[in-house]
Design a protein around this ligand. Structure first.
Ligand code: PLP
Length: 421
């Protein structure tokens, strides 16, 4: 009887092994199918262009992280369909305007913008059945107006003048929306007369001035989108956020959201030459030496960076929750852009390069071991004629020469140097 008992024992052992094996295999295949369905969910087709905006990757900038001992992470906004952080803003501005009836489908959205917001508005406007009219300063990189026209927007290039002047590009854009509304009103009146009904043109739907500087839809795009995405992507492990400001929408929306989540997160501004915001944040006075009495040039050249720096307090910037500010120079931004290209393969625009200068300055002030997030606003592709044009840079003494991060006081072999700005 002993052998059968041994056989039964062996059979039981064999069956147990098989049961364990099949359990492991079933679970493995379940978790594989779970992870593949997770992947499938991520790659599911999105409904139209608008759904493809946002949820951009947060990437570790390896070179800067290794050099500073901090985790320096860049929100890759250049991967949005319209190529910049402004896609979110364009969507929010148009959706809020449609919701409250200030803009009708078929109407024209006007904007005075040095480029990115206009490109984003021109990109998303057709998705809402709208058109786009843009007024830009004629010193903005030429590829920006070329892109706008290719996207179907109408473009007016005008001389840069003070915002107080009625011919400032922002003021002209505001006027164009009013003019479109007047045309719409006239067409509406004449269309009540059946004889004129067929004369209704596309203009008859009126206009809406996007007003990215003062329209708080801009701030809300970042408070409701960029900020929460960053918070989720870092899993709550975040010590600092830094960005430059143009309208102030990004730095305001993100800083306000992050501070509400965790008040110990430090939020900083990095400010380019010619901007008064550094003094506003650090001393409470909007002032820049370039703006000083008698120093203002007729055709001012303050900075090679585009889209950032300003000398007035916008409604969007007023929403920012900042702990401090740093100054960044043009040369630092140019050197940073070439460094990122060489070390990380990151081809970013001038404001992104300045933001990365800011991230290193924050790392230097806080010391190693901190997680710092900044924004990679747009790609270098938008900046070929100025920021990536060696002849243009040479004219302003901005030829890059650095081999490492020595332009920020980090020498070869030296990990980081703490200093207080
Ligand atoms: C390329 C680029 N980067 C950064 C900014 C600044 O962002 P914000 O307007 O949210 O301050 C702008 C603004 O126009 C921009 O065009």
């Amino acid at each position: 009887m002993a052998p059968p008992a041994r056989t039964t024992g062996a059979t039981v052992t064999l069956l147990s092994i098989l049961a364990v094996l099949s359990y492991v295999m079933i679970n493995n295949s379940r978790s594989r199918s779970k992870s593949s369905s997770r992947k499938a969910a991520v790659k599911k087709p999105s409904t139209g262009l608008v759904a493809a905006i946002g949820n951009t990757p947060l990437i570790r900038i390896n070179s800067l992280s290794d050099a500073t001992g901090c985790e320096i992470l860049g929100k890759s906004e250049f991967l949005n369909p319209g190529g910049s952080v402004k896609d979110r803003v364009a969507v929010k501005i148009i959706e809020e305007a449609l919701e409250c009836g200030a803009l009708a489908r078929g109407g024209v959205v006007t904007e005075g913008s040095a480029g990115s917001t206009a490109i984003s508005l021109a990109t998303v406007a057709p998705a809402y059945g709208c058109r786009c009219h843009v007024v830009i300063p004629d010193d903005a990189a030429i590829e920006k107006s070329q892109i706008l026209e290719a996207l179907g927007a109408t473009v007016e290039r005008v001389r840069p003048v003070s915002i107080t002047h009625k011919e400032h590009f922002v003021n002209i854009a505001r006027r164009r929306a009013l003019e479109a509304n007047e045309v719409a009103l006239k067409h509406h009146e004449t269309s009540n007369d059946v004889n004129h009904h067929s004369k209704c043109s596309a203009d008859s739907k009126g206009g809406f001035f996007a007003d990215q500087f003062e329209n708080l839809a801009n701030y809300r795009a970042h408070y409701e989108g960029t900020g929460p995405e960053i918070w989720e992507q870092v899993g709550g492990k975040l010590d600092a956020f830094v960005a430059a400001a143009g309208t102030g929408g990004t730095v305001a929306g993100v800083s306000q959201f992050l501070k509400e989540k965790k008040s110990s997160i430090k939020c900083f501004l990095i400010d380019p030459p010619g901007s008064g915001l550094f003094n506003k944040v650090t001393r409470g006075v909007m002032y820049t030496t370039e703006e000083a009495e008698g120093r203002r040039l007729k055709n001012p050249f303050d900075t090679v960076t585009e889209g950032i720096g300003i000398n007035r307090l916008t409604e969007n910037f007023k929403m920012a929750a900042l702990d401090g500010a740093f100054r960044g120079s043009d040369l630092e931004a140019v050197e940073m852009s070439r460094y990122l290209l060489k070390k990380d393969g990151l081809f970013v625009g001038s404001s992104s390069a300045m933001n990365c200068v800011g991230a290193v300055k924050v790392a230097q002030q806080m010391g190693p071991g901190h997680t710092i997030v900044t924004i990679l606003c747009d790609s270098g592709m938008r900046h070929l004629s100025k920021f990536y044009n060696e002849k243009y840079l040479a004219r302003y003494g901005l030829t890059p020469t650095a081999s490492g991060l020595e332009f920020l006081g980090i020498g070869a072999g030296e990990k980081f140097k703490i200093y207080i700005s």
